[in-house]
Design a protein around this ligand. Sequence first.
Ligand SMILES: [Zn+2]
Length: 203
Amino acid sequence: MDIIPNICLKIFYLTITILLLSCQTLTFTQINSHINDMPRCNPQLSGTSQLVQIPGYSHAWHIVPDCAYFSIESVSIVMSYFYLRWVTEFTDPDRRLLKILNDLMIQWGHEKKMMPGYTVNGDRVESSRVLGLVITPGVIWININEKNKICKTSFIHELVHLGLISQGFKGDPDHEGTRYLGWTPAHTRFINDLNTLMCGMGF
Ligand SMILES: [Zn+2]
């Protein structure tokens, strides 16, 4: 069943993932109080883009066009699941990917961007609708769709590009194509599996 978790469940998920990532001796109470004290998107400023910090990461922030997209807990949880699964499957020597995530800026937007690119198979397309971009290793842009779920965006896809950058590749813009190195069918499967899991959890 596809459900949207309530705020308590989100904070529970987030507390678990922060504990797993932090390797510190923080208690549930300390982390919960830290999360509850963090500034959030202000619905009274609707119509204005807002910059909000992502909990669980030292300097990760996101810019949202309005407060419906997305809660800081949801983004943090998806990032944490991504990282923990990435480490299990692809490893993270010297925590280079974790450093990128700790300094990440995520821009969510409704804009329709058209530009040249590659399909997942590696086929070159001269002009296509872009659903996400790695602007720099520290800044990604993600198109927001009408479904209001992170799993329906290209968020995890762009994080995989960052994972490849952390391993010394050039991000591999042609995915499973052969022009650039890094991306394999395992990365495509990783994205599909993780998006399915996140959708099932309501993110
Ligand atoms: Zn891509």
